[in-house]
Design a protein around this ligand. Structure first.
Ligand code: HEM
Length: 404
């Protein structure tokens, strides 16, 4: 047991890095007790995290690893949370490839490059509005509408439907999901979301269009490529992964730049550094700190510790990205860092499909923001900023700023 790893503790949420550093040195394979799923093994060293993400002895689906039920299939789990789990991140081998193949073409670097003009237009329109107001809550006034507009345009979600999807996402992802009660409290938002997905699917069945959602609906209609539950779960995954992660990148990234004024100044004076700045902000701020849990297909021994078959294993990317044996001065933000072998997008067969899109949006959003607003500053004392309580995604609850 590692008592300091209460993942919902606000002090830990505010700054998990000292704990990770201690674990890397003293307990690189640490057992923690997760209320809902029991014991999990946390890996904190870079080399172990990289190896685990590519290790064929670890599966993303417990059922696939050792048979039996996945954690989301416990008797008390509301049905719709089970549906949400039927996606590619929680699957392996042939099922994983089948689901990933259905959508990956929409996210290749070439396809994503075509969106550059659209992203620039939306960024500038949102920042025009923000400039008129003078002060903003960066996440809801800028980051979320930007990210949600782009992924919704790709998917084919009508404009008037988008804000409510964001509201439900925020309610679902705001605080810890550890106990049955945590899930039950989320039921109203989750139910509304499920109805929303079913309505979207109906809309595209009746009115096909040139978007990803129509392509997925048609794949489902063809029979064996996609079940109805998988279709709903795919829409959920793409809409969620396609926007909430970016909100974290833009929010965490802006805060990190404000906390490091020398780096912010360097970026303003050298806009060509934006590519390496975004890589460094990914490494330093970890918009996703842990991937989907893995499950051991067999007994695994690591650093003298036995991880029994069937155990849950969590390779912590946020800790790997601060490993002092790989990154010089890992707790320093250096927007010129080179090389930068961070693992913020994961690795192996589940490597983030949206990485080119995240990089494009992150670069344009952050550079335009810092260039347009040289007087940008926090609108509340830093101690008042709060981090969301869910373990996995790492992001602020809000980021109030004065822009002018
Ligand atoms: C800063 C932004 C982002 C970060 C840090 C991020 C991070 C990650 C990570 C760490 C994984 C691997 C999960 C695992 O191994 O269990 C992943 C998978 C995935 N990401 Fe992202 N992501 C980002 C943005 C996006 C965007 C914009 C999309 C667009 C839809 C997206 C779609 C996906 C999908 C579909 C997967 C599952 C891939 C698979 O299982 O094969 N992500 N992401």
């Amino acid at each position: 047991m590692t008592p300091e790893l209460d993942v919902a503790d606000p002090v830990f949420r505010a700054d998990p890095y000292p704990t990770y550093s201690r674990l890397r040195k003293t307990l690189p394979v640490a057992a923690v007790q997760r209320k809902m799923v029991g014991k999990a093994w946390i890996l904190t060293r870079y080399e172990d995290v990289v190896n685990a993400l590519k290790d064929p002895r670890l599966a993303n689906s417990r059922h696939h690893a050792v048979g039996g039920k996945n954690p989301s299939e416990q008797w008390w789990m509301p049905r719709l949370f089970r549906t949400f789990q039927k996606n590619m991140v929680a699957s392996d081998a042939a099922d994983h490839r089948r689901l990933r193949d259905l959508v990956h073409k929409a996210f290749t670097p070439r396809r994503v490059e075509e969106l550059e003009g659209t992203v620039e237009r939306i960024v500038n329109r949102l920042l025009d509005d923000a400039e008129r107001k003078g002060s903003v809550e960066l996440l809801s006034d800028f980051a979320a509408p930007l990210a949600l507009t782009i992924i919704s345009e790709m998917m084919g979600v009508p404009e008037e439907e988008r804000p409510k999807f964001r509201r439900w996402t925020f309610k679902l992802m705001d605080s810890k999901l550890e106990t049955p009660l945590d899930f039950i409290r989320r039921l109203p938002s989750a139910n509304k979301m499920l109805r929303f997905f079913r309505a979207l699917i109906r809309l595209r069945r009746e009115h096909p269009s040139e978007d990803l959602l129509t392509a997925l609906v048609q794949a489902e209609e063809q029979g064996d490529r996609l079940s109805e539950e998988e279709l709903v779960s795919m829409v959920f995954l793409l809409l969620l992964a396609g926007h909430d992660t970016l909100v974290n990148l833009i929010g965490n990234g802006t805060l990190a730049l404000l906390q490091n004024p020398d780096q912010l100044q360097k970026l303003r004076e050298n806009p060509e550094l934006i590519g390496s700045a975004v890589e460094e902000l990914l490494r330093y701020t970890n918009p996703i700190e842990a991937p989907t849990p893995r499950f051991a297909r067999e007994d695994i021994e690591l650093h003298g510790q036995l991880i029994p078959r069937g155990s849950m294993v969590v390779p912590l990317m946020a800790s790997a990205n601060r490993d002092e044996t790989v990154f010089e001065n890992p707790d320093t933000l250096d927007i010129t860092r080179h090389p930068n072998r961070h693992v913020a997008f994961g690795l192996g067969s589940h490597y983030c499909m949206g990485a080119p899109l995240a990089r494009l949006e992150g670069k344009i959003a952050l550079l335009t923001l810092v260039q347009r607003f040289p007087a940008m500053r926090l609108a509340v004392p830093e101690e008042q900023l709060r981090w969301r309580g869910l373990f996995g995604p790492r992001g602020l609850k809000s980021l109030p700023l004065h822009l002018v």
